[in-house]
Design a protein around this ligand. Structure first.
Ligand code: SAM
Length: 477
C-alpha cells in the first residue's frame, strides 16, 4: 500500500535568519536545501503506521517507525544535516515534511531548540472563558508536539545487538532505548526512525529511573519511575495519603475519625491543610496490620508503598499499563514492602476473589479531556471515565466501615471542565457520602509562575483527598 508523494517543498534554497546555531549557511551564504525526498509511512491492518521510507542519494530506503507516544509515521521525509537553515527546516516541518537528521547530534538538538522558539513565537490565544482558553492551549500544545516531532534521528541495531544512534557525537542510548522499547529489531545495521524529541524523553526517563524521585512521605526514599509511567514529582498528593487517618479494619467498629471536617464545601483561601488531619489517629489507634487496601491505578506504586509503610497489612495494587505494573513491582521490591503489596493487572478493581477492602485509594488522571498521545493518558481522563468507574464500583468493593480515598485536584473545576456539583452528584449516585476531605495547595512551579499558561486556574488549584464512605452508614457524633 505504499504510495509515494512529492516532497518538492524541500527543494527551495533560502537564506536563514541566523539567530541560532542550527540555521547554518555555507561560506557563500547559501543554505543547503534537503535532498529531494519522497517517503511514505506504511500502515498495518489496524491502520497504524509501522514503517517509513524515503529517497536518499537516489536510493529508496526504509526503516521501522517508533513512537512511544503513539504518533503516526510521517508520510514525507527529507534528509537534513547541519547545513540546513532553521527557517527552512521550520517551513518544511510546518508543511508536514519530516526531517531525517544525518548531521552532528548536537546540531540536531540545536535545530530542535530553534524550531521550538519559532513555534513559541505564536503563543496560544486566550479564550473568552477558562474552558475555551484550555482548549486553545491544548490545541497549541498538540501543534507544538506535532511540529517538533518532525525532526527525526536514526536508531540502529549496533554490532553488539544494542540500540545506537549512528550520528557524530551522539550519546549512548542503548540502555535507555532498551528500557523504553525492548531489544532492537533485526540484525546489526537494521534501522529505526524516531523523533529526536521522543528520544530526548526516553533519555530523560532513563535518568529519572536511574536517580529516582525522593518521596518525603517515604522518609526520603526514592521512587524510580519509568518511561510512560506517571511520576510522583508533585509530592502534595502523596503527603495527603501519608497523613489521612486510616479507617478501622472491618469489624473494628464504625467510628468516624475525630477532628476531621464533614465538608464538601469551599476550601479556605489560604493554608495548605484544609482537612485538619493533625491530631487524628490512624485506625483509632489500632494496629493497621489487619487492614486491607486496594490502590487503583498504581502507576509507580508510590501510594501502595506509602500505605504499606504506614503498616497496612495487605495492599493490592492494580494498573492496566504493562510498564506501570513492572515499575510498581520494581519499586515495592526496592522499598522492601513486597511482602505487603501485590501488584496485579486489572481494569480498575482487582478480581472479585480479592473481596472487599477497608481502604480503596485512587488517584485518577485529573482532567476530563481526550489524551492526544499515550504519554498523556495519565493526565487526561476522557469523559472522567476512570473517575466515574472508580466511584461507581467503589461501594461494591468497600468493606462496610471502609473508606475510599479519591485524590483529585480541582483544576478541572477552575478550567470549567467539570463542576464540583457534578463530582458530588456522582458520589451520591454511587451510594457514597463524603466523610471528610483533606486539602493541600500544590507547590509546583507553575502554580506560582504568573507567566505560565492558564495561570489563574493553576494558582487557584487545590488538591484534595476525599474520604468516601457508604452512604447508609450513619456518622457517629
Ligand atoms: C494519574 S496516574 C496515578 C498513578 C499513581 N497512583 C500515583 O498516584 O502516582 C493514573 C494511573 O491509572 C492507571 N489507569 C488508567 N486507567 C486504568 C484502569 N482502567 N484500571 C487501572 N488502572 C488504570 C494509569 O495507567 C496510571 O498509572
Amino acid at each position: 500500500m505504499n504510495a509515494r508523494s512529492e516532497a518538492g517543498a524541500g527543494s527551495r534554497t533560502e537564506s536563514a535568519g541566523q539567530d541560532d546555531a542550527a540555521g547554518r549557511t555555507d561560506a557563500a551564504g547559501r543554505t543547503d536545501a534537503p535532498k529531494r525526498a519522497d517517503a511514505v509511512g506504511a500502515t498495518d491492518a489496524a491502520g497504524r503506521s509501522e514503517d517509513v521510507g524515503w529517497d536518499e542519494d537516489g536510493a529508496w530506503r526504509t526503516a521501522a517507525w517508533r513512537s512511544g507516544s503513539g504518533a503516526r509515521a510521517p508520510r514525507r521525509v527529507a534528509v537534513a544535516d547541519d547545513r540546513m537553515a532553521a527557517d527552512l527546516a521550520y517551513r518544511l516541518v510546518c508543511e508536514g515534511t519530516a526531517l531525517l537528521w544525518r548531521g552532528d547530534y548536537h546540531g540536531a538538538r540545536q535545530l530542535l531548540a530553534a524550531l521550538g522558539r519559532r513555534v513559541d513565537r505564536k503563543p496560544p490565544k486566550q479564550g473568552a472563558t477558562p474552558r475555551e482558553s484550555f482548549h486553545l492551549y491544548r490545541q497549541a500544545r498538540t501543534r507544538r508536539a506535532r511540529v517538533l516531532g518532525m525532526l527525526l534521528v536514526p536508531l540502529e541495531t549496533a554490532a553488539d545487538g544494542s540500540w545506537a544512534v549512528p550520528l557524530r557525537r551522539a550519546p549512548r542510548v542503548g540502555e535507555a532505548c532498551a528500557e523504553a522499547y525492548g531489544p532492537p529489531p533485526g540484525p546489526a545495521g537494521a534501522l529505526t526512525l524516531v523523533s529526536l524529541r521522543e528520544l530526548q524523553g526516553v533519555l530523560g526517563a532513563h535518568e529519572w529511573r536511574r536517580k529516582g524521585v525522593p518521596i518525603e512521605a517515604l522518609g526520603g526514599a526514592r521512587i524510580h519511575p519509568r518511561h510512560g509511567v506517571f511520576s510522583p514529582v508533585r509530592g502534595e498528593y502523596v503527603d495527603l495519603v501519608a497523613r489521612a487517618p486510616l479507617p478501622r479494619a472491618a469489624g473494628a467498629g464504625f467510628g468516624e475519625d475525630a477532628g476531621l471536617r464533614e465538608d464538601a464545601g469551599p476550601v479556605p483561601e489560604t493554608g495548605a491543610d484544609g482537612g485538619g488531619a493533625q491530631g487524628s489517629e490512624d485506625s483509632g489507634g489500632e494496629d493497621p496490620g489487619g487492614l486491607t487496601a486496594f490502590d487503583i491505578g498504581t502507576g509507580t506504586g508510590v501510594l501502595a508503598a506509602v500505605l504499606a509503610r504506614r503498616g497496612v497489612g495487605r495492599v493490592t495494587a492494580t494498573d492496566v499499563g504493562e510498564q506501570a505494573l513492572a515499575c510498581a513491582r520494581e519499586n515495592v521490591a526496592r522499598l522492601d514492602v513486597a511482602q505487603a503489596v501485590e501488584v496485579v493487572r486489572a481494569d480498575l478493581f482487582p478480581s472479585h476473589e480479592a473481596g472487599r477492602a477497608d481502604l480503596v485509594v485512587c488517584n485518577p488522571p485529573w482532567l476530563p479531556a481526550k489524551p492526544t498521545s499515550v504519554l498523556e493518558q495519565a493526565v487526561y481522563d476522557p469523559d472522567s471515565r476512570m473517575l466515574r468507574g472508580f466511584l461507581t464500583g467503589l461501594g461494591a468493593r468497600l468493606a462496610p466501615a471502609g473508606e475510599g480515598w479519591l485524590i483529585l485536584s480541582d483544576l478541572a473545576e477552575h478550567l470549567g471542565l467539570r463542576p464540583r456539583e457534578q463530582l458530588l452528584e456522582w458520589i451520591s449516585a454511587a451510594g457514597l457520602r463524603v466523610a471528610g476531605r483533606l486539602d493541600a495547595r500544590p507547590e509546583h512551579a507553575r502554580a506560582t509562575d504568573t507567566a505560565a499558561p492558564l495561570h489563574a486556574a493553576r494558582a487557584a488549584e487545590t488538591t484534595s483527598l476525599w474520604r468516601l464512605r457508604h452512604a447508609e452508614e450513619a456518622p457517629v457524633s
